[in-house]
Design a protein around this ligand. Structure first.
Ligand SMILES: [Zn+2]
Length: 466
């Protein structure tokens, strides 16, 4: 069994920091040894990695990605191979992607199809959530089989009428099944019925540019849907996880529900912390690069989101990575903003962008690791195999240089997409070395990974339900 000793670093976990060395044996963490003056570690190992002056973090877990996702007649451009490789470059060693049920097909057949796409192609470990777009008796029964297959979180949409949209009645039925089985319902909370009317009205008035995407999806319609999802969850007793929360008003709904002790959780994404409606308003159709749903909000919302991360009303930061190229894909919506594929690239830069929050004093080091690694593992049944540096856990480890400088650019990123939403952003901090189950994947600016190394993760039930 190969052994690696990571020496001299500061181990960061959700509970704090410790000057400690980490011994990796095979795929697992064997021991974490606190350094004390006079303590000499005398052991023979295959490799020593010097982490002096660096952080030693649990590998990042991005619980919201869309590789090869069908949307509006096209597909998101990262494959499971390119997307997991880009994730690794940025210190993310686990992704949870979404299998997408097409109307009329079964959940289990959908799961098989997604296994075919991913199996043997991933560089780091992966799991699946299931998007339920066709609620019927068969689907409701199949939810239990999905749980047996390691997929115990089901995403539904209050947006996108005619595509993924579920009625309140359908949501209620799925939530009842979730309450009975211990599964989590994930919700895209925007009032799609009302939004579609605003979109139609804007287009009829000749308002066709990308900024209209943001203006026709007002924060109030995210807050209203969030409130409705919380209410349905309360009535059924199902746990609720609201994905990609973007608006201060929606966060208030989450906070109010959490204050009553309800099992309601929410995530946000780096684009809502760093980008805004101003980006959607960029001239010459450049705003199309920033079209995702919910939309980027006016800058005032960002302070609330950072505060929500500190107070734990926001529990997780994911990326909603769903990349479409500017050329030929985003361009489908020239002259009609409603035809711009919804989604932005981001899987590579979540750890780095959140580290800016640490550098700026918005988050503590421990909280950075908690929202990006540990809570995602607990929320989706992967802890303590993932999300922590502890004996017995998978050796998914990131050695992070907090003083390194880098500038984000499409020319240097590894995602398979022709633009960066953060072009020219100067960042402090960068990944130095990444281990996935004990294998060095990234080291000193070089890729050493292997396609097919990534394994499917059968997840247990959420570890947060009270
Ligand atoms: Zn998404």
């Amino acid at each position: 069994m190969s052994t690696i000793l990571i020496t001299g670093g500061t181990v960061v976990t959700a509970s704090g920091t410790q000057d400690a060395d980490v011994l990796v044996e095979g795929e697992k963490i064997a021991t974490v040894i606190a350094r004390r003056p006079g303590l000499e570690i005398d052991m023979t190992v295959d490799r020593i990695i010097d982490a002096s002056g660096k952080y030693v973090l649990p590998g990042g877990i991005d619980v919201h990605t869309h590789m090869e996702m069908p949307f509006g007649g096209t597909f998101s451009v990262d494959t499971f191979e390119t997307g997991t490789k880009a994730a690794a470059w940025g210190g993310t060693t686990t992704i949870i992607d979404f299998a997408v049920q097409a109307k009329g097909s079964s959940l289990l057949a959908t799961l098989d199809k997604w296994h075919e796409k991913a199996d043997g192609n991933c560089v780091v470990d992966y799991g699946f959530h299931m998007i339920v777009s066709d609620v019927n008796d068969t689907t409701l029964k199949e939810m239990e089989s999905c749980i047996g297959a390691g997929v115990n979180s089901f995403k539904m949409f209050m947006a996108y009428p005619g595509v993924f949209y579920a009625t309140d009645g359908e949501i209620l039925l799925a939530m009842q099944r979730a309450a009975d089985t211990g599964a989590v319902i994930m919700m895209h909370a925007e009032n799609g019925i009302a939004i579609d009317q605003l979109v139609a009205r804007a287009l009829a008035a000749g308002k066709t540019t990308p900024v209209q995407h943001g203006l026709t999806r007002p924060p109030e319609l995210e807050a209203e849907a969030t409130h409705r999802a919380i209410t349905l969850a309360k009535v059924t007793g199902a746990p609720l996880y609201v994905v990609h929360l973007s608006a201060a008003q929606a966060l208030q709904e989450i906070a109010a529900a959490r204050d009553t002790g309800q099992n309601v959780f929410a995530e946000t994404c780096p684009q809502y912390l760093y980008l805004s409606l101003d980006d959607l308003a960029r001239p010459d159709f450049e705003g199309a690069k920033y079209v995702a749903s919910p939309p980027l909000r006016p800058r005032e919302h960002q302070g609330s989101l950072w505060r929500g991360l500190r107070t734990n009303d926001l529990s997780v930061v994911s990326t909603d990575h769903c990349p479409f190229c500017f050329k030929e894909q985003k361009e489908l919506g020239r002259g009609d903003f409603s035809k711009i594929p919804n989604g932005m690239p981001g899987v590579e830069h979540r750890m780095d962008l959140l580290h800016q929050g640490v550098a700026a004093g918005e988050l503590s080091l421990a909280r950075w690791v908690e929202v990006a690694c540990t809570t995602p593992a607990r929320m989706f049944g992967l802890y303590p195999r993932k999300g922590v540096i502890a004996p017995g856990s998978d050796a998914d480890i990131v050695i992070y240089d907090p003083a390194a400088k880098q500038t984000l650019s499409a020319r240097t990123h590894h995602m398979n997409v022709d633009y960066s939403a953060y072009e020219g952003f100067p960042l402090t901090g960068q990944v130095q070395t990444v281990l996935s189950r004990g294998q060095v994947v990234i080291d000193g600016g070089e890729y050493h990974g292997r396609t097919g190394h990534g394994q499917f993760l059968r997840r247990g039930l959420s570890q947060y339900l009270s």
